[in-house]
Design a binder for this molecule. Structure first.
Ligand code: BT5
Length: 262
């Protein structure tokens, strides 16, 4: 990114600071280190390529050069936000979903807890991580990867869920930095209504596989089958089991799959 683009982005979207890399291991790692070094709230790390992009629980996230967005946002959470750190994942999902709907008339859905789907294929993954100084939380990193061009797709053998990219869904060429600007503006908006009723309602409205049979694979609890019923006020997933009882599932080591998939 040249200096003119850099400066105009800063003034357009009110980001505190940007670190940009042509190629880096993981933008989340840079952002976590930056928090330790005193990063300001609402700073971002952006990379064209990640060589060690991370998903949850040690899984890989592929970011090939010139094809995607990999962005990690530094948040210094307020006291109220600290109470609901797990909601930063839906915050990013809602911000991107509303961006894609407004700009490209798409209908993105959120696959609980952290994926954005278009036509039931994953277009974006989110990884939220906290940085701790002893027992005190120094900051939160909200990392997002967005597939844009055909070469953003990983090899099929690496995929545990069908994937897509924005240019396939829109049939147009996407300006990645324009998309980044719009996403950051939406992040500000969703942060201003963080954990409100509106936040939860819009999250519920965008839940993928609602009222459909799904299975949850949770470490230590095996596979749980049920009908996807919604999310609780703390962001846990609600499933109706075969006896009609509501089962609540916390974010953790879980995979949600539609039950028709093998
Ligand atoms: C995620 O994990 O989906 C979170 C991905 C977060 C990536 C961002 S990029 C910026 C920041 N820096 C980082 O290092 N990470 C964050 P999870 O739900 O665990 O999904 C990982 C799985 O998605 C992998 O095991 C693959 O099956 C699949 N996958 C990997 N790369 C993909 C891609 N580009 N598109 C679609 N699926 C992908």
């Amino acid at each position: 990114m040249d200096r003119v683009t850099h400066n105009s982005m800063l003034s357009d979207i009110g980001v505190s600071e940007i670190k940009y890399f042509d190629s880096i291991g993981s933008t989340n790692d840079i952002a976590l280190q930056w928090i330790e070094d005193g990063a300001l709230d609402f700073s971002i790390v952006v990379a064209d390529q990640q060589t060690k992009g991370r998903g949850r629980l040690g899984r890989k996230w592929v970011t090939n050069p010139g094809s995607a967005l990999a962005v990690s946002l530094v948040v210094k959470p307020s006291l109220a936000e600290r109470e609901s750190i797990s909601l930063f994942s839906p915050l990013a999902a809602l911000a991107l979903a509303s961006t894609l709907e407004e700009k490209y008339s798409l209908k993105p859905q959120i696959k609980w807890p952290n994926d954005l789907l278009i036509n039931e294929k994953k277009i974006s993954g989110i990884l939220v991580e906290a940085s701790w100084t002893g027992l005190s939380m120094a900051g939160v990193v909200v990392g997002i990867g967005i597939n844009i061009a055909p070469s953003s797709l990983p090899p099929a053998e690496l995929l545990s869920f069908p994937a897509t990219y924005l240019e396939a869904e829109t049939n147009c060429t996407i300006d990645r930095f324009d998309l980044l600007k719009s996403y950051m503006i939406k992040i500000k908006h969703w942060r201003s209504i963080f954990a409100t009723e509106q936040f939860f309602n819009e999250w519920r409205d965008r839940l993928a596989f609602m009222d459909r049979p799904v299975r949850i694979e949770a470490t230590g609890r095996g596979t749980i089958h049920g009908i996807l019923n919604g999310i609780s006020t703390s962001g846990n997933l609600l499933l109706k089991n075969k006896d009609g009882e509501l089962v609540e599932i916390e974010v953790g080591d879980v995979h949600l799959r539609p039950d028709f998939e093998k």
